[in-house]
Design a protein around this ligand. Structure first.
Ligand SMILES: *Cc1c(COP(=O)(O)O)cnc(C)c1O
Length: 381
């Protein structure tokens, strides 16, 4: 991040997530140019990032929203109001009507769900898709993020697909990638075509899912464009992509303050944030979040283990080093904190939720949501 941005953030009340409007715009420019050059439509996967405050901005650039169920469907409908596609591993009888009212494309995960709800969707004049499982793993080491892992419940395998009555089905959907480049998409498309190509000729649309790290600096956009154009032309289908991360990649910060410094074998800084509550992917993925002006442990003069206020022994963000010794009251700024953070946070251990702020393009940092005790209490009874 830029020094001027850091200086702006050092005055805010912590903990706070800060969404960087300028960075979001830069990502959106890239995504818009992919839409324009390829003819594909790009949808924001709200699962990664649901900051509806910036939906009016996002909808100037891309085509709409992708949802995982009723609440995201409603949020996309109410706050974006453009293309709205939904996939759920299974829909509930008491939610499907409302979901259909919000979404243009309803994607099913089995023949049984299709049978159950086909008539309702068609009667409403909406489109039906089926999520397929091309059984082509392209990621290693993160089985919980791999929908093609053995016994996966996500997507219909060819064996099961062959038994389905496809009446009313106008599209196919696959989602198998996670933070990947377009070479893995190309590989996946080969598997999709080999297994499901013969069905694709009869479809109107295909959705390539998410996991395309399009806005990362080393992403191969020309190969993505080739993939989209080839599939569009060969099968005469409309192509959708539904990235989440790529929309808000490197476009947010979590600013925290040092509350105390203790020592056990090495200096330990206690922060007013928590990996478990405010950045759960740090523990689940797991990964080490980038921290502004820091190095690996031992790389700079002063190394610290950074941990949380909570009682969870493992609530540690990582070991980092700094040019200067930390002091109580110092502000630290974790980067790339817009995605899979705000949407996943929780109040475990009675931890407060971080505020949400927008860093406007003109440099003004505006707090748009402040949380308090009631947000903790209202989820309990
Ligand atoms: C998670 C998910 C996405 C978004 O994935 P990103 O890795 O954030 O791009 C898109 N579609 C489906 C079906 C998903 O489950």
């Amino acid at each position: 991040m830029e020094k001027s941005v850091y200086e702006k953030l050092s005055g805010v009340k912590t903990p706070v997530y800060v969404i960087d409007e300028k960075r979001i715009k830069e990502n959106l420019e890239i995504l818009k140019s992919v839409e324009e050059q390829s003819g594909a439509k790009i949808l924001l996967a709200q699962k990664a990032f649901s900051a509806f405050y910036v939906y009016p901005l996002i909808k100037e650039y891309i085509s709409g929203t992708a949802c995982s169920g009723l609440y995201e469907a409603r949020l996309g409908y109410e706050c974006m109001g453009r293309e709205n596609h939904v996939f759920s591993a299974a829909y509930r009888d008491d939610e499907i009507d409302e979901i259909i009212s919000y979404c243009g494309h309803i994607i099913f995960n089995s023949g049984c769900q299709l049978e159950r709800f086909r008539d309702k969707v068609l009667k409403a004049g909406k489109k039906i898709g089926l999520r397929i499982n091309p059984e082509c793993s392209t990621q290693e080491g993160h089985e919980i993020y791999d929908p093609c892992s053995p016994k996966s419940r996500l997507g219909i395998t060819l064996k099961a697909f062959e038994k389905i009555d496809l009446a009313g089905v106008s599209g196919l959907h696959f989602h198998t990638l996670c933070e990947q480049n377009s070479d893995d998409l190309a590989k996946t498309l080969d598997a999709v075509e080999e297994k499901f190509g013969k069905y694709l000729y009869d479809m109107e649309w295909i959705n390539f899912g998410g996991g395309h790290h399009i806005t990362r600096s080393d992403y191969d956009i020309p190969l993505l464009l080739d993939c989209i154009k080839r599939i569009r032309e060969k099968y005469n289908v409309e192509v959708f992509l539904e990235p989440g991360e790529a929309v808000a990649l490197n476009a947010g910060y979590l600013v925290t303050s040092v509350l105390d410094i203790t020592e056990n074998d090495m200096p330990i800084a206690i922060l007013d944030t928590s990996a478990a509550c405010h950045m759960p992917d740090v523990l689940e993925m797991p990964y080490r979040p980038p921290l502004y002006l820091s190095g690996e442990k031992g790389e700079k003069a002063f190394s610290y283990r950074l941990g949380s206020q909570t009682c969870l022994a493992g609530d540690v963000i990582g070991e980092y080093s700094f040019d200067n010794a930390l002091s109580v009251g110092d502000k630290l700024c974790f980067e790339d904190m817009a995605i899979y953070s705000i949407v996943k946070n929780n109040t475990f251990n009675g931890m407060p939720l971080p505020d949400i702020a927008i860093l406007h393009e003109n440099g003004e940092c505006e707090v748009i949501k402040r949380f308090g005790y009631n947000d903790f209490k209202e989820r309990l009874s």
